[in-house]
Design a protein. Structure first.
Length: 346
């Protein structure tokens, strides 16, 4: 008997090509259907079954672009938060850096700290500028301009805000002006050493094109601008404003965004359900002790909570499911498999 390997491979390629074309046609049709909001339950079921083709189809949903803008905004806010946190961390290294008995190694360490702080000044200003741009993109679609500007005025010191944004422009496009390091010693019952970085107002004005509002802020600060004080105040204003903005947006979400999120959540739950069903069917009744693996899925505080509940009880295992099932995938079939795995009641 002769086996024609090439014929078999050609047949396989043909089958795969036909299936690919079928899926492309199906996805094109579904992409048109998802433009009608709200998506019907029947259509949602079909979307969930798409698997890896789901992102391409759901991108045609009317809520996709707006939801992506919102995610970009919150990602920019997190970037700002991390940049400021890193600035604080590196600045505090000066407080523990010993300048006595200077050596070449200590001088190099000092220069590394200086470079790290300057980097974070640049990063924080850049993140603030990016955050402003993302907020404006979201505002145009979700918040009336008048309401947005009123809250902006309540939350921010406009002159300070303009200085931060213009400082970013100066550091990026005109001249990288270095801040100077200063140590302040406090004596008495509150004895401590506090480090700070300061910009010279005169050098900044000479180096860059600051508008009148930014110059007014520099005039208020005097000859020196304490970057630590500036960022601490500005960061608090940023967090307060975006807390308001987040609550305002979520309280009046457009129907398109809510429906889009419903579709995405349903798909995540469907895919997680398939994965968990496959895993549980493989390990249930094998004698595997699931308690040995909980630390891979739960935080230490959550593990402590689980340990306080009766072992292998319905309450304990139900709580484990609740903590791990972030997508709401658990149905009756999965719950039964989980209870068997944990030997509930045995």
């Amino acid at each position: 008997m002769t086996i024609h390997v090439d014929d078999g491979m050609n047949l396989l390629r043909t089958i795969l090509e036909v299936d690919k074309n079928r899926r492309q046609i199906e996805c094109a049709l579904l992409a048109k259907e998802v433009t009608q909001v709200p998506v019907s339950d029947h259509l949602l079921t079909r979307l969930c079954e798409l698997g890896l083709d789901f992102p391409n189809v759901i991108s045609s949903h009317p809520g996709f672009v707006l939801d992506r803008k919102m995610k970009s905004l919150w990602a920019a806010l997190e970037t700002f938060r991390l940049a400021y946190a890193d600035f604080e961390i590196n600045l505090k290294k000066f407080d523990t850096h010993n300048q006595e008995n200077r050596t070449n190694r200590k001088d190099k360490e000092f220069q590394r700290i200086v470079a790290a702080v300057i980097k974070e000044i640049f990063a924080t200003c850049s993140a603030a500028s990016a955050l402003k741009a993302h907020a404006q993109r979201v505002r145009r679609d979700l918040v009336p301009e008048k309401e947005f500007l009123i809250q902006l005025g309540r939350s921010f010191d406009r002159e300070q805000h303009q200085f931060v944004i213009k400082l970013r422009n100066v550091l990026t496009h005109e001249m990288f002006v270095e801040a100077n390091w200063r140590i302040t010693y406090h004596f008495g019952s509150d004895a401590r050493k506090v480090s700070s970085f300061e910009f010279s107002s005169e050098q900044l004005i000479a180096a860059g094109d600051f508008n009148n509002e930014a110059k007014s802020y520099m005039a208020r600060c005097g000859e020196k601008i304490n970057v630590s004080t500036l960022f601490a105040e500005y960061s608090a204003r940023v967090m307060a404003f975006y807390k308001w903005l987040g609550e305002r947006i979520e309280s009046q979400l457009p129907v398109e965004v809510m429906d889009y999120r419903r579709c995405v959540s349903a798909h995540k739950a469907h895919m997680a359900r398939i994965n968990w069903r496959l895993i549980l069917r493989q390990v249930v009744d094998t004698g595997l002790d699931p308690y040995q693996y909980l630390d891979r899925y739960l935080e230490s505080e959550e593990l402590d909570e689980i340990k306080r509940l009766p072992p292998r009880s319905v309450a304990q295992v139900s709580r484990i499911v609740q903590l791990i099932d972030e997508h709401g995938a658990c149905d009756e079939e999965l719950r039964e498999l989980v209870f068997r795995l944990f030997m509930v009641g045995v």
